[in-house]
Design a protein around this ligand. Structure first.
Ligand code: HEM
Length: 413
């Protein structure tokens, strides 16, 4: 097995040649170094990494208790001197469930799950369909730019309604969320001092805004997620105000970016494969499976991370305790050991189970909601415009690695 230490994987993946199509690089890695070691990659990360690209290795790591987030700095006590000196973003990151290990993870994640049951998400479906219809009604001139006119506003309006944030404030919430979401992409983002000033300001403002909403829902609850969160946060385990605010900020960020990319990457895949488009139009009950295939074929989230809790062996390689592992979800989703013809987009594929939502205790908290969003949005769009097609032009993906999405998606209706 070859491990090529001179190959700077992440730099290659975000270079202009590969950003539009990283799958050949994944293929090369899977074949040559499915467990790939990167020694202190220059530029953005300060530690050595192991990178996994096989479906099987990734799913084992994601569900195993031997791997976790391994926050090496530990949790700082709220209201301690050290905590008070942190900026708002660092404070909130202390409570973000995606960075926690048990028992903190179990407590906060259990609380999110209680407030976001599958039934509550399904109840949103009708509302999602009318949001889609409302956006479609604004299309004009027989053309649309799907991301700005449809998938992004669809995702932001959906989460705003689900959480119960006031309609008048949705633009400012979008602005903060899009500034903060960049901080989740630890690999591709190198921030200048000016970027950081904007991000910290957005974090301060968003934190205090959400704090005000929490206080107002406390005195006047509604029929929404935030009110449910406040009403069930009883007992010894109840999250405190800081934790509730941080969780809401995380949910808002997660729900803005990835569902937008699911809808637009999925539509792009469908329109590039007209026979699949036609098959779906003939039988829209195939939509649920089509969305699973869209998630697999071009995942909106390309990787997730874990740290070893103890020394481990993966595919014959010894990985020391405390080492960071990057699970390349998009690569595993195209693994020929797991999928026949993995580079083919096939809405009738059986037993898909993509890695795109991660796995184990950190499995995406919004997976159920994101799938219903994809199904509802695409259902309404394809029903309204069965002849929707791509233009005769090049389409490009944005320059992030963790989040995979198109820069723009112009279509003929
Ligand atoms: C297509 C859309 C989405 C994709 C592809 C996606 C993907 C992911 C991935 C890969 C993870 C990390 C899982 C792991 O490390 O094992 C994650 C975690 C998470 N996602 Fe999503 N996500 C999506 C939508 C959403 C939505 C709509 C929400 C909220 C409403 C959300 C909330 C979360 C939260 C809270 C976590 C952290 C879970 C934990 O650590 O326990 N996601 N998501």
């Amino acid at each position: 097995m070859k491990i090529d230490q001179s190959f700077d994987l992440f730099k290659t993946l975000i270079s202009s040649e590969t950003i539009d199509d990283p799958y050949p690089v994944y293929k090369m890695l899977r074949e040559e170094s499915p467990v790939y070691y990167m020694e202190s990659p220059t530029g953005f990360l300060s530690e050595s990494l192991w990178v996994l690209t096989r479906y099987d290795d990734i799913s084992k790591v994601l569900i195993s208790k031997k791997f976790g987030r391994g926050n090496r700095f530990g949790k700082v006590k709220v209201n301690s001197k050290f905590y008070d000196k942190m900026n708002s973003l660092t404070k909130m990151r202390q409570h973000w469930v995606n960075f926690l290990d048990p028992p903190d993870h179990t407590r906060i994640r259990g609380f999110i799950n209680k407030c976001m049951t599958p039934g509550m998400v399904l109840n949103m479906r009708v509302r999602m369909e009318s949001i889609a219809d409302h956006l479609i009604a604004k299309f004009s001139n027989g053309r649309a730019e799907i991301i700005s006119e449809f998938s992004y506003p669809f995702a932001t309006l959906t989460i705003a309604e689900f959480l119960g944030t006031p309609e008048s404030d949705r633009d400012i919430l979008d602005k903060w969320a899009s500034q903060l979401v960049k901080t989740l992409d630890v690999v591709t983002n190198q921030f200048t001092q000016e970027d950081l000033a904007v991000i910290y300001k957005a974090a301060d403002e968003m934190k205090s805004y959400i704090g005000e909403i929490v206080d107002s829902k406390m005195s006047e609850p509604g029929d929404d997620f935030i009110s449910r969160m406040l009403s069930i946060s009883e007992g010894d385990d109840k999250p405190d105000r800081e934790e509730i605010i941080a969780t809401l900020v995380l949910l808002i960020m997660d729900a803005h970016e990835a569902p937008k990319n699911l809808i637009s990457n999925g539509l792009f895949a469908l329109l590039k494969n007209p026979e699949q488009h036609e098959m779906l139009l003939k039988d829209m009950t195939k939509m649920d499976n089509a969305v699973e295939e869209m998630m697999r074929y071009d995942s909106p989230a390309q990787f997730t991370g874990r740290r070893t809790h103890e020394d481990e062996i993966i595919r014959g390689f010894e990985i020391k305790k405390g080492v960071q592992i990057i699970c390349m979800l998009g690569a595993g989703n195209r693994d020929p050991e797991r999928y026949e013809n993995p580079d083919m987009f096939d809405i009738e594929r059986k037993n898909i189970m993509p890695l795109s939502f991660g796995g184990g205790i950190h499995f995406c908290a919004g997976a159920g909601m994101a799938k219903v969003e994809g199904q509802a949005a695409l259902n309404r769009l394809l029903s309204a415009f069965p002849n929707i097609s791509l233009l005769d032009k090049e389409y490009h993906y944005h320059n992030y690695l963790h989040s995979r999405g198109l820069d723009s998606l112009e279509v003929k209706l």
